[in-house]
Design a protein around this ligand. Structure first.
Ligand SMILES: NC(=O)c1ccc[n+]([C@@H]2O[C@H](COP(=O)([O-])OP(=O)(O)OC[C@H]3O[C@@H](n4cnc5c(N)ncnc54)[C@H](O)[C@@H]3O)[C@@H](O)[C@H]2O)c1
Length: 265
């Protein structure tokens, strides 16, 4: 399985440090022959380690707040100037001020809720809309965003991120229709197991539900490395007819009702 992405160009959003899912995707995309620019919010460029990743991947970082159309337009202009039209995009972006500041779901700050939705969901629409309007993607390109099963089932600590993920998944279906019809571009979300990252461990009780999911899943929790493998498969030409899907990458967790181990056998 070599050179699955040879000749392909793209943008990878959301690598903050070596634990980030986007970090692993970038390393594997490079390994598989892709060329790409990295992007993250200006504050992440100051606080994170993305420049180290850029060196490892022999590429550049272009700052963009993914809620700003102006920033996104500038990013796509620079990326297409460098590469011509692109073939893949990873949206690996999430943040909730309510989660960060420990606001209970029944006491949400609505300004923050709107921020959660803007950063974690609408940004996906903005990325797609800017790409669409600029005609920045080749036919059969692949766009992937990361999501979590709290979009379908309730996990109290996930708070208003649940609404953001439900919206994100819906955007993949709706934009997948429009982009598919126009240019055969495919749009999917990957619903990933709990993963030890900055965003993940910010969720209240994360350790407990990490263990819970790990025990309930027949294959255990999916690691960020295997999530990166799955993302590469979705960027590759081996998955050209997959679009408008929310694909669970969770060791089986989303299909489990109860296990013998949990029932005490
Ligand atoms: N970690 C988990 O348990 C888990 C599980 C399922 C899905 N996810 C999703 O995976 C994605 C990546 O998260 P991660 O776990 O790798 O954590 P992470 O903290 O490494 O990545 C989140 C990224 O979002 C970026 N970001 C925040 N605000 C932004 C903005 N305004 N503009 C641009 N970028 C911004 C951050 O700088 C960071 O790089 C997120 O969508 C997250 O919800 C994570």
């Amino acid at each position: 399985m070599n050179n699955l992405l040879k000749g392909k160009k793209g943008i990878i959003f959301g690598a903050l440090d070596e634990n980030s899912i986007a970090w692993k995707v970038a390393l594997k995309a490079k390994e598989q022959g892709a060329e790409f620019v990295l992007s993250n919010a200006p504050v992440a460029l100051r606080l994170g380690k993305i420049n180290e990743l850029a060196e490892l991947c022999d590429t550049t970082v272009i700052a963009a707040d993914a809620t700003s159309i102006e920033d996104l337009e500038n990013l796509f202009d620079q990326a297409t100037e460098k590469y011509g039209k692109l073939d893949f995009i990873l949206h690996s972006i999430g943040m909730s001020p309510n989660v960060r500041k420990n606001k209970a779901y029944t006491e949400l700050n609505y300004d923050w809720f709107l921020k959660t939705l803007d950063i974690s969901a609408l940004s996906f629409h903005k990325v797609l809309q800017v790409a669409y309007q600029k005609d920045a993607l080749n036919e059969w390109s692949s766009v992937v965003a990361l999501t979590y099963v709290a979009a379908q089932r309730t996990f109290p600590g996930y708070n208003d991120m649940a609404e953001a993920k439900a919206t994100l998944e819906s955007i993949a279906r709706s934009f997948g229709y429009h982009y598919g019809t126009k240019k055969n571009v495919r749009v999917n979300t990957i619903s990933q197991s709990p993963t030890m990252t900055t965003a993940g461990s910010g969720v209240k009780g994360f350790d407990v539900f990490y263990d819970y999911a790990n025990k309930l899943s027949p294959l255990g929790n999916a690691s960020s490395d295997s999530c990166a493998d799955f993302t590469i498969a979705l960027f590759s030409d081996l998955t050209r007819m997959v679009t408008m899907q929310n694909l669970f990458h969770d060791g089986g967790f989303s299909s489990i009702g109860m296990t013998e181990a949990f029932m005490g056998e």
